[in-house]
Design a protein around this ligand. Sequence first.
Ligand SMILES: [Fe+2]
Ligand SMILES: [Fe+2]
Length: 212
Amino acid sequence: MKTRIEGRQMISKVTLNESIVAYQRETLSATRVEHILRVADTARRLAADHGLDEERAYTAALLHDNARETPGHVLLAECRKRGISILPIDEVNPIPRLHGQLGAAIARERFAITDPEILDAISSHTLGRVGMTPLEMVVFLADYMEPGRNAHEGLAEVREAAPRDLALATRMAMDYTIRYLLDKRRSLHPQVVDARNWILTKALSPSQAPHH
Ligand SMILES: [Fe+2]
Ligand SMILES: [Fe+2]
């Protein structure tokens, strides 16, 4: 009996993942779908490295960029329609935060995802979040380090750290992103700054935290 139920759950997970990919092949570019599949594989591997649920990581990663090709003004309108909070910086630069927020809304509405950790992993995949869980870090890092990413300073370091320390690798990835944005004179979303500060004080072991 138990095996039959487990078998049925297995089949429904496969069906869910297949219908997610089918939806994305209709709504996103082929390049994006390939990225998403690489992120999902990377997330599954990282989850295994850290003893986390591989299927939840895979499904969350499959859903992370649902709304990545939605134009900024549509993201703003769709988020407003759903009562999703919009910060002043989101009005200027909607994509970093709102494509995750709308992506999570699509996961809920279209694929009936109710697992709050999966929904948080989708909405926080670009900026991180204060209090982000290991599963959220897995999706954040998988997006950052998937094998299709162009080599840049720091990528090798993040890839090396991620299988052994999620918080450390997440902080490194945030550091590189923040430095890149500063170098380009681009704006910084406050959510990534808050998330990085939280990791420094709460999520890193004492030997990794900076001395104040
Ligand atoms: Fe994204
Ligand atoms: Fe992505």
